[in-house]
Design a binder for this molecule. Sequence first.
Ligand SMILES: [Zn+2]
Length: 277
Amino acid sequence: MIDIHTHFFYEGGHTESFQNEADLARGAPVKLTVSAAEFDAAMQPVDRAIVLACRALRVGMHQDNNVIARFAARSPAKYVAFAGIDPCEENFMDELEHCLGDLKMRGVKLLPMYAGFDPRDTRLNPLYERCTREKLPVLFHSGTTFCRDAPLRFTKPTLWEEVAERFPDLKMVLAHLGHPWEHEMVALIRKQPNIWTDVSALHYRPWQFYNSLMLVQEYGVWNKLLFGSDFPVTTPQAQAQGMRALNKMLEGTRLPRLNMDAIEQVIERDSFKLLGI
Ligand SMILES: [Zn+2]
């Protein structure tokens, strides 16, 4: 099992107001901050994992790429770190240079709605060019979030069609099936060979997830789904179990079933190979 979407939320990597908004959204205190031991324990069932650094200063995420790179380097055979870049920061290309050159990070994480930018913004051209040239994947947050100051206008999946038109060889992963705009995501991944989506942090809304995966099934795009958890939001184990349990919800009904073989293939997919990591 490969988890392409994890975070190491360490003490001091985000502001108190970000934590407060997460608590408000959940209706109870959310434990975002985890220790290295807790992280490793949660990742026991997976063979490899991508640890995504998060920088979106607008909403109070200011993780240090050095910390995330060092964290992943404890187990280089298992963990791969992606650089957290906020293009609203003046010297973001210098930071990218540092992440790729000095820290040997293997991809980039961007958070358009959290940081307050449009993924089509031409400011990003040098980053997209560099990642295309060096065959580095870019993983974006897509779909909604709880933060009040994160504009919805920067997150709907169809925005990325223009990025793919301008950078057709750039490998992009749009997270969370673009929820709740999964219909846009399905349309996009069907026609764009270098865009994938991940299923992270969706299993705890089972009715919505079932409907989203029915869209995936009916449009024939199971092959474009990558497995991820969004740890510490949930764990890879819970995410896999949640996917395997979806059809159980339908017992006693004649509703169409999800293809369990296709679900197993998502859980076992070699995403590192697909993304060229
Ligand atoms: Zn995430």
